[in-house]
Design a binder for this molecule. Structure first.
Ligand SMILES: Nc1nc2c([nH]c(=O)n2[C@H]2C[C@H](O)[C@@H](COP(=O)(O)OP(=O)(O)OP(=O)(O)O)O2)c(=O)[nH]1
Ligand SMILES: [Mg+2]
Length: 136
């Protein structure tokens, strides 16, 4: 069966306390109620970096600095194929607000396992852990 393919820019946003921003998807729909890293579909003519900066402003009302590419994940759910292009980002200003989601939260890398993410995110979280080990 052919499923739709979405290309998504995804932000791993760090603050000065070495916490990461996660948001909870609205309860309705596929993957409802799960936590994710903020992001969304790349629009025509937009770079991944531009997409990520725009989506984070739209969804959470904050300004970020979009930094280096962390990992790209291709994953196929029963209903959808996603390509998640993940960048490491730095929080610049603004208090995150749940504009298009249910909840937003700053979490430490140690706490992140306590939250339920879509299956594709397992690889993202592993990559964040590898990255933070090489840095410390
Ligand atoms: N933003 C984000 N999306 C993720 C993650 N993991 C994951 O599987 N996804 C999937 C869920 C969605 O199907 C897709 C993101 O698409 P989207 O944000 O543009 O669209 P959506 O499903 O929330 O809703 P819509 O705008 O299409 O109505 O990628 C993640 O960590 N962050
Ligand atoms: Mg989204």
């Amino acid at each position: 069966m052919i499923v739709p393919h979405k290309i998504i820019g995804v932000a791993v946003v760090w603050n000065d306390q070495k916490q990461i921003l996660i948001d909870r998807r609205r309860p309705e729909g596929k993957l409802g109620g799960l936590w994710e890293f903020p992001g969304g579909k790349i629009e025509p003519g937009e770079t991944v970096e531009e997409c990520i900066r725009r989506e984070i402003k739209e969804e959470l009302g904050i300004e970020i600095d979009v930094g280096e590419h962390l990992i790209t994940i291709d994953y196929t759910y029963p209903h959808l194929q996603v390509t998640l292009t993940v960048h490491l980002c730095k929080h610049l200003s603004g208090e995150p607000m749940p504009i298009e989601c249910d909840e937003v939260l700053w979490v430490s890398l140690n706490e992140i396992e306590q939250y339920s993410f879509p299956t594709a995110n397992t690889q993202i979280i592993a990559a964040i852990k590898r990255y933070s080990q090489t840095r410390s």
